[in-house]
Design a protein around this ligand. Structure first.
Ligand SMILES: C[S@@+](CC[C@H](N)C(=O)[O-])C[C@H]1O[C@@H](n2cnc3c(N)ncnc32)[C@H](O)[C@@H]1O
Length: 234
């Protein structure tokens, strides 16, 4: 965790966003906006877990922005410097937890999910986005298809090693935490195949425009790079 914190505290890192991650960010925000508009109850407290310095467009009375990187989160309103593995909030005090931008790919997903379930009010919502070990991009790596393993990937022009998780593993953790999946969205469905074959991230990223079509074919979404789940605490 100290290495991740140091990397994110250096504001020179992650400055240049490539087309692949730009598309991921836009799609995540689109799903969050859709979620916010679908809510009948006003959202009092929202936790943006692993917020970094990204300002998500959210509707709530209070948005708590939690991150281990004080350099990034201090740029946000209501910053909270802490780890998602030990959230310093009381039980059942949050209406919605949003954990996107592959935050759980940097830490222990089991501890983080159990913490989110603990602080959520009954019927509260949890929006989770993560990078999958079943991504076609990883087919040549030992991590491919594993429940949890470290894989080599990229951000901008830099290599990046992160934890990747199989969708089945994450679903088991959610089920154990009484978080019921209500909606699933696959992101980067055809692009990881292109990345596997041509190794050019910008060429591969152009195929993401076919995601809305590819989502209609469940067998294709199995190999997507990213998954976003909207869950409800039952
Ligand atoms: C790729 S950035 C995503 C930022 C933001 N959520 C977004 O969507 O743009 C990952 C963030 O997770 C944070 N992070 C990594 N491990 C963490 C942990 N154990 N607890 C809290 N934040 C963590 C990093 O400091 C970084 O700000």
């Amino acid at each position: 965790m100290a290495a991740v914190r140091a990397r994110y505290n250096d504001l020179a890192n992650y400055k240049w966003e490539d087309n692949w991650h730009r598309y991921t960010g836009i799609e995540i925000q689109r799903q969050i906006t859709q979620f916010c508009y679908s809510q009948i109850q006003p959202q009092r407290v929202v936790l943006n877990a692993g917020a970094g310095d990204t300002k998500l467009d959210l509707v709530a009375d209070l948005i708590v922005n939690l991150d281990i990187s004080e350099a990034r989160v201090s740029r946000q309103q209501t910053p909270l410097i802490a780890s998602v593995e030990a959230v310093p909030l009381s039980d059942e005090t949050v209406d919605t937890v949003i954990c996107v931008g592959s935050v759980i790919n940097y830490c222990d997903a089991a501890s983080a999910i159990s913490e989110f379930a603990r602080i959520l009010r009954p019927n509260g919502h949890f929006l989770l986005e993560f990078e999958s070990s079943r991504s076609a991009e990883l087919r040549t790596q030992a991590a491919f298809g594993r429940s949890a393993a470290v894989a080599d990937t990229f951000y901008g022009k830099e290599p990046e090693a992160i934890w990747v998780y199989s969708p089945e593993f994450i679903k088991h953790l959610l089920e154990a935490a009484h978080l019921c999946i209500q909606r699933q969205v696959a992101i980067h469905i055809l692009s990881p195949w292109a990345l596997l074959l041509c190794r050019s991230t910008s060429t591969a990223a152009t195929l993401a425009r076919f995601d809305p079509w590819a989502r209609r074919v469940p067998s294709l979404t199995r190999w997507a790079s990213n998954h976003l789940y909207v869950c409800r605490k039952v």
